[in-house]
Write a protein that binds this ligand. Structure first.
Ligand SMILES: Cc1ncc(COP(=O)(O)O)c(C=O)c1O
Length: 464
């Protein structure tokens, strides 16, 4: 018999007490009043120690798009563990080369542009590498980013993540981005109406370059102080906000005029979350750099990376040793990532994800008619947003949103004759948006179950 690591048998209560004492609280676990321990996962479900099934509508913030326990991905991981589980990143293995090649060829086809891929160990580290790339290529470090942006929480990346809350305790951020309003049309920063605004926000941005006194551009030297604009094509943590179709085309015209690079952060929305391989494809522009992570390995072994246009990343410009981490391009992650791309090749996600997303939206819109507290329902592919408000359908209600979430997590809902839970994720500028990222393999019956559970949680929360 194989020797197993000894895990002491402890009750959930004892484990929680130990966690409280020995685990740092600096991560996000204690956002919740009652942190939860899960035992196993399968498909769209998580299970606690008493076997209660929780339907997961957020799939690890879109890191497990292809379902928990995906057989194809798990078996590739197991094979790789038996074959070449560890290898220092200064040596090569075929999966890394194949994965980079596939990603570059995909982008060549989509954007008609040659480029290269550099791997790293996760989202924030990919963003860090992208910052090195632009500093190296342009000699500048200041960038634009959006209100509501989330690019991670390492020190440098916190400077382009909008919330001051994430910077407040950590001193001065010399490279803090110049943040600008995202096209969040349901709550337009300029209080305009989408139908009649004529892309007012882009016009305001373009205006910054009209006079040196707006502090971004020297017209004599024809140089902008800001070297890149960091975007999320669909804003993730900011509340799954979907810009108007032509928004990025208009923005890109301004960026091109002033030679500002566009960095497209696809860490949450990449790999078909929005019904296309990259979310930016929904908006018809070509970025200079793409950052990716999360779902590439379905959350199995951490892997992130950047794709960049050849002129930014060719060996002559970005030579050996420009950036490195021990675990980047690790054999397990790259093997799984390659299989993820094979799964994408073998599937028709462009059709199925949009069908499932439309069905979800139709069901949520029907709920919206019944409950005025559902202020906005929208989605692109299977990136879905449900905005919870006061009874006027507009004033954000963080309290009601939290209640619904807690009720879902308590595992005390009941549907189809069973005690159940519902896993939701809260985002948005006012923390009143359910940012839903269900598994790509959710069936229509599971979608019906999700709606049933959501309605039950909402009704309970409304009753107080
Ligand atoms: C758009 C975006 N960028 C970057 C990150 C940071 O990725 P990680 O948590 O893997 O560092 C996230 C994480 O949620 C994200 O959503």
């Amino acid at each position: 018999m194989k020797r197993q690591t000894k895990v002491p048998l402890r009750s959930q209560g004892d484990l929680l007490k130990l966690e409280e004492k020995y685990c740092s609280w600096g991560d996000t676990v204690h956002y919740s009043k009652e942190p939860k321990i899960f035992e196993r996962s399968q498909g769209s479900f998580l299970y606690d120690d008493s076997g209660i099934e929780y339907l997961d509508l957020q799939m690890w913030y879109s890191a497990a798009n292809f379902g928990y326990g995906n057989e194809r991905l798990n078996s590739v991981l197991k094979n790789q563990i038996d074959k070449l589980p560890q290898l220092a990143c200064q040596y090569l293995h075929k999966e890394k080369i194949e994965l980079a090649t596939k990603l570059c060829r995909i982008n060549e086809k989509k954007f008609n542009t040659k480029g290269r891929v550099h791997f790293s160990v996760g989202g924030a580290s990919a963003l860090e590498d992208s910052m090195k790339l632009i500093r190296n290529a342009t000699g500048k470090n200041l960038v634009f980013a959006y209100f509501g942006s989330y690019h991670g929480r390492t020190l440098e990346v916190s400077s382009i993540t909008s919330s001051y809350r994430y910077r407040r305790c950590f001193g001065h951020f010399a490279n803090r981005a110049n943040f600008l309003p995202y096209p969040y049309c349901f709550r337009c920063f300029y209080e305009k109406e989408k139908e009649t605004c004529g892309m007012y926000c882009v016009k305001q941005f373009a205006k910054l370059f009209e006079s040196e006194y707006y502090s971004v551009y020297d017209a004599k030297a024809k140089e902008c102080e800001f070297t890149a604009f960091y975007i999320e094509a669909v804003q993730g943590t900011g509340g799954y906000i979907i810009p108007p179709k032509d928004y990025f085309k208009e923005l890109k015209k301004v960026l091109d005029r002033y030679h500002i690079l566009l960095v497209d952060d696809e860490i949450q929305m990449g790999f078909y979350r929005t019904g296309k391989f990259w979310a930016i494809e929904n908006f018809g522009i070509t970025p200079d750099i793409i950052t990716f992570g999360k779902a590439l390995t379905n959350g199995l072994n951490p892997l992130g990376g950047i794709w960049a246009k050849e002129e930014l990343i060719s060996p002559g410009v970005f030579p050996p040793g420009s950036t490195h981490s021990t675990f980047s391009s690790n054999t397990l992650g790259t093997a799984v990532g390659l299989e993820t791309l094979n799964i994408i090749e073998d599937s028709d996600f462009a059709t199925s994800i949009n069908q499932k997303g439309n069905y979800f939206i139709q069901r949520f819109k029907a709920l919206q008619k019944k409950y005025p507290n559902i202020g906005d329902v929208n989605g692109l592919g299977l990136a879905l947003r449900v905005e919870i408000c006061e009874a006027d359908g507009f004033t954000p209600s963080r309290e009601l949103t939290d209640k619904i979430c807690e009720i879902g997590l308590s595992g005390k809902l009941s549907a189809q004759g069973k005690k159940r839970g519902l896993i939701l994720d809260i985002g948005g500028y006012y923390k009143n948006v359910f940012t839903l990222a269900p598994s790509f393999y959710m069936s229509n019956r599971e979608i019906d179950l999700a709606i049933e559970l959501f309605e039950e949680a909402l009704v309970k929360a409304l009753k107080g």
